[in-house]
Ligand binder design. Sequence first.
Ligand SMILES: O=C(O)c1ccccc1NCC(=O)[C@H](O)[C@H](O)COP(=O)(O)O
Length: 258
Amino acid sequence: MTVLDEIIAGVVADLEARQAARSLESLQETVAGWRPRDPKPALRASGLSVIAEVKRASPSKGHLATIDDPASLAQAYQDGGAAAISVLTEARRFRGSLADLSAVRAAVSVPLLRKDFVVTEYQLWEGAAAGADLALLIVAALTPSQLADYLALGHRLGLTCLVEAHTPDEVRQARDAGAELLGINNRNLKTLDVDLANFEQMASLIDGDAIRVAESGILSLDDARRMREAGADAVLVGELLVRDGDPAATVAALRSLA
Ligand SMILES: O=C(O)c1ccccc1NCC(=O)[C@H](O)[C@H](O)COP(=O)(O)O
């Protein structure tokens, strides 16, 4: 069983309890009044755009940061100029929650990405009901028909989907599915290996108008500059920022990379 398989098994187990506690109909009633924000204009802005992540822990690094007040961290991200904020909601390996997403939603106005491992339509409704504007669809976790179905549902809900790939074939699947935001994860979610060369080697496969997002392993301004020079429109950064004493300043410094 790969790390990704283990994560998804835990996600499915936790999902059953949430579905028993809150019906899809209840989520749909809440979502009826929600109008997600479009993150694409900010992600296309000049300079390097930043998707700043609220991340307490991870399978690869264990504990990263004690984040008792995710709202204040998100406000710092917003103050620094983040185009969007990613909030990990997976509980077992990342120590996140939907409550984190709701707390951040109440505190900031920038678009929010519900960062989780979507394997059911219920999770898309869940994210929208908690105030998310974006959803993550991981190609490696979905069949081609699920990817197409979840992209269509995301569009129907007004969510912008970040479609995440790690291999050339997954990039082609994401592109062919019509991804507006195409993320290349430098981290292999099955082995946890990280290599920034991954984005450098595959960015050219992202053609057309799709917004190119480099994800993971960006631990310095030099790393971010390397992604920018390889064609990234945006970087998704977690560990660097949650361990940073002045995340607003670091987001601003990342934004300044032309
Ligand atoms: O971060 C992990 O260890 C991880 C392991 C398995 C699946 C997903 C994982 N992370 C999710 C992410 O994609 C990252 O949180 C995000 O790209 C930020 O990465 P970083 O800047 O390296 O914290």
